[in-house]
Design a protein. Sequence first.
Lengths: 322, 322, 322
Amino acid sequence: MKKILSGWESLCASSGPLRFIDVNLRGVGQVMFQDNPFSGALFLAAIAWGSYAAGVPQVLFGGLIGVAAATLTALWLRVDPASLRAGLYGFNGVLVGLALATFIAPGPLLWAYVVLGAAVSVVAMSATADVLKTWGMPALTFPFVIVTWMLLLATYGLAGLAGTALPTAGVVAPFESVAATRVDLGIFVQATLLSISQVFLKGSTIAALLFLAGLAVNSVAAAVAAVAGAALAVVTAHLLGAESDLITGGLLGFSPVLTAVALGTVFNPPGLRSAAYAALATVFTVVAQAAFNVALTPLAIPALTGPFVLVTWIFLLPRPAR
Amino acid sequence: MKKILSGWESLCASSGPLRFIDVNLRGVGQVMFQDNPFSGALFLAAIAWGSYAAGVPQVLFGGLIGVAAATLTALWLRVDPASLRAGLYGFNGVLVGLALATFIAPGPLLWAYVVLGAAVSVVAMSATADVLKTWGMPALTFPFVIVTWMLLLATYGLAGLAGTALPTAGVVAPFESVAATRVDLGIFVQATLLSISQVFLKGSTIAALLFLAGLAVNSVAAAVAAVAGAALAVVTAHLLGAESDLITGGLLGFSPVLTAVALGTVFNPPGLRSAAYAALATVFTVVAQAAFNVALTPLAIPALTGPFVLVTWIFLLPRPAR
Amino acid sequence: MKKILSGWESLCASSGPLRFIDVNLRGVGQVMFQDNPFSGALFLAAIAWGSYAAGVPQVLFGGLIGVAAATLTALWLRVDPASLRAGLYGFNGVLVGLALATFIAPGPLLWAYVVLGAAVSVVAMSATADVLKTWGMPALTFPFVIVTWMLLLATYGLAGLAGTALPTAGVVAPFESVAATRVDLGIFVQATLLSISQVFLKGSTIAALLFLAGLAVNSVAAAVAAVAGAALAVVTAHLLGAESDLITGGLLGFSPVLTAVALGTVFNPPGLRSAAYAALATVFTVVAQAAFNVALTPLAIPALTGPFVLVTWIFLLPRPAR
């Protein structure tokens, strides 16, 4: 695999257009921290399958336009070339494109909105990185979250953009489980896999397997951490009595998956101590996801990966944990 | 003009009361980044006209009490003398006074509230400047926004202060344009001018012209940026299908005006690259203004210049843009 | 008193279990900034009395489990030993335990929730301290506030945890006083004392006297500042027309009490200038408490000590005030 990668890299060295494709693929890969064009390609395949299976091909286009617009903006702004080549200026753009095309009805203004959001996500990435380097912290998907929240909130004041797939505003009220959910291996496996595919806003088991392949191609540890984090999130959510539909749809597990991969494999050395620390963070990310869902109920927008960002920052900052 | 200014400055050098007036006028001028007492005097004339024309003379008094209380607090706290002389401890106080007197019914408690808010705005300015100097960032109107939001929110729990002109709490819901707005030059010019006067919470074309004169007296570039930013904001809001009344009242344009002036003339060297970058930020500030309006709907308070502060910080931080 | 303390300290030096108890008592003491095990013991007695008198003994257990879980987590994470010994990793855990056991119905999941929250409060404390040391700022009770808000918000999405004592979500609307409250010395004294006991979420005058004793045993100045801050908060809230029940229950005064103690005795040198500065901050904390109460109305969670944290940070940051 390393041989094929270095072959691809020498191809890129001699071709501008291939280099552009490489940067964008790495941008897609960086959504799950993988600086590897093959990870990005497999992630794209998963997005394509998930979009096709759900009958929403525009979501794939949203992601493609988002990552390309982000990369072009980064070139225009002359960002740090090493970070750019590693795809660090692309992953927020992909997510902005996927999210906007998921929640807003298609139309010419949607595409303009995706380009605007992706461009601003690059500025926000640069700004966030600049602030956080004071403490050696990574930006994570904060630029995606803050920019997309604003773009989605604004749709409620803009007749040109219809947020047809956004949640309806609700009143915060106690939740009572209608009936005890039966524990069932099939449902457990599905919930675990969809927790992984929902990182890219997709609810598809086939997409989930493609995402896992994309992780494994660059880091088997990351794939293991994703599965373990998803399973732990599903168990935690079940024990705390979360709504069944949210659990089985993977909607309480995608932020914990990112927390598990980030703390268990990317930013800490592997080991039992790291694993225990990452597990604590993963469990708390489930609570944070439930909390964000409630807090955003009156605003009628989704939490996106906000809970992952907040919890991972809190758990990355302490020196003693490193 | 420079000669008159240096004449005024030598007058001030020999008189304590004149120096006090000079500092307060510069404080008013700094609402739009102009360290010039004549700018401040013209801005005050605009506020006076706007308050008189709208039948709310107390708003002018609110602004005067706010800036004076802020300057006196700054003297008591022994802030940096150079920043004080440049009016940097006054502009948040003016805005606190204007905003409180605009949204709260007059009465003795209102004036106590203005003095309290203006005094705290100075502490908040000092605190914000201290935090942001880590990244070489300006405080902008953040102290005004955070202090005024708290003072306005609190009125809903305090019978002594009636926020009679505050918005009513609403439920976030999709917005559908009632009818296509006719594009009309008169309306476009009015919307552009009111976007400028709303920086000081005034909806008056005559006040807008006085504000532009106040800018031009110190920086023709700033006046041009204000008009260009306002026009760009009006066009953007119209294309995205924003509510007509908000556009024509200048209520989606005042934050973008400040973004355009800040990024186009104050903090970046002039040029095509700066102008393009400022234009991107200005367009996004329109989206941010719509987003803040929606996010604050359940809380029944206005966005003030929060969108300007957030977007301008995001666009000022990246090193590549400088 | 100093002799008894040094006797206790030499006892602790020779016994692991006593040292563990000492650290936890200091953790309780640090809720009001007192690094003294006797302060902690008196605070615990106050919590015990308040819980017993209100018929909620589980609240005492919540606090005890919270502080012990926090201390054990801090040991596991190998935090700075000097800070640990001073109780700085325990006070957020106590508060998490008290708050969760106050607002959530008892049951096995509650205790798991307390342990989770206390453990995460230690990570959050370490993270907050790491960020804030850039400006020499203390973490205050921010870790408690942010972690508890998330844990309480999440209960609305988790059937396993019933937030039976949480407020009901409401719509922000103008508040009109039903009738003028009669000024009465008995009510004034009660409101002042309950403002002190509510720092630990208790509404009991006997508990308040025990808390004052706990302060005085380590710092008479702190006890005086607590009483003065509480009285000033009650007067301010009354003059501004706040709801009588909130005033007499001490619910607008507990954050100002902490502000007064922090700014008047802990972080600034004593003196008239410090006192005036602390008084301004205390008055503004009343406004901030009312504002947080309103802002959290749609989210149906309490403000906790969030207003104290925000206002004290704002007033601690400016260099000129020191």
